[in-house]
Unconditional design. Structure first.
Length: 227
């Protein structure tokens, strides 16, 4: 059973998400919060598999809460994954939350089946971005990260991780950051899809990320991928 905490300042939204997610049969809502600070407290106490996090809340925004939870996560692979659920596909809060370490992003008007699938994917360690805005989100990450590297050197731990990647692992991470699926990467490199998965799994372990989305963020931040 996948345990989930819902974070949204509107009770009707939380109620709707509860009905949708619990209808799946393998998802249980174990807690709710209406503000960012309350979300941090609830998540600390309940340790769910996934947190569905709103970004705009009068009592404390989801961005601050996401930063706090990610900071506590550290290297704990069992820590909750954070799914940003928002009305705005290109909202500044969304980019801030993803840059802070959120694991996925969907819009509030997403179809029920897609929301359920998003929660399942994050619980399984697969980050994602809403398919309607994937290319724009990646492009914006690329633009911002490209500019940031001019003034921000690569962090020491990232430099060590970068050096530890094999040429094949680095190439696969680059192609992933460019928006290719595992199957498309396999075709481009003339290898099996299973080989791509194996290399990607090792690369993610080396750079210290838990899902594909954060691998993309890391790649742009550290020059493995570029615009």
């Amino acid at each position: 059973m996948i345990s989930v905490v819902l974070v949204d300042d509107q009770a009707v939204v939380r109620a709707g998400f509860r009905v949708i997610l619990e209808s799946a049969g393998d998802i249980e809502i174990v807690g709710e919060a209406a503000t960012g600070p309350d979300a941090v407290d609830v998540v600390r106490r309940l340790q769910p598999d996934v947190v569905c996090m709103d970004v705009r809340m009068p009592g404390g925004d989801g961005l601050t809460a996401t930063r706090a939870l990610v900071a506590e996560r550290g290297a704990d692979a069992t820590a909750p994954a954070i799914l940003i659920v928002t009305t705005f596909d290109l909202d500044e809060y969304v980019f801030g939350a993803l840059e802070a370490g959120a694991n996925g992003f969907v819009l509030k008007d997403t179809e029920p089946d897609e929301l359920i699938d998003a929660v399942r994917r994050l619980a399984a360690g697969q980050g994602l971005v809403d398919t309607a805005v994937t290319s724009r989100v990646i492009a914006e990450f690329a633009r911002r990260s490209s500019g940031a590297r001019v003034v921000e050197p690569i962090a020491p731990h990232d430099a060590i991780a970068l050096d530890s990647l094999t040429l094949r692992e680095r190439e696969i991470v680059r192609l992933l950051a460019n928006g290719l699926s595992n199957a498309e990467i396999a075709t481009a490199l003339f290898v099996e899809t299973s080989t791509v998965k194996s290399h990607l799994t090792r690369a993610m372990a080396k750079i210290g990320v838990r899902d594909r989305l954060q691998t993309v963020v890391w790649a742009y931040r550290n020059g493995v991928a570029s615009v």
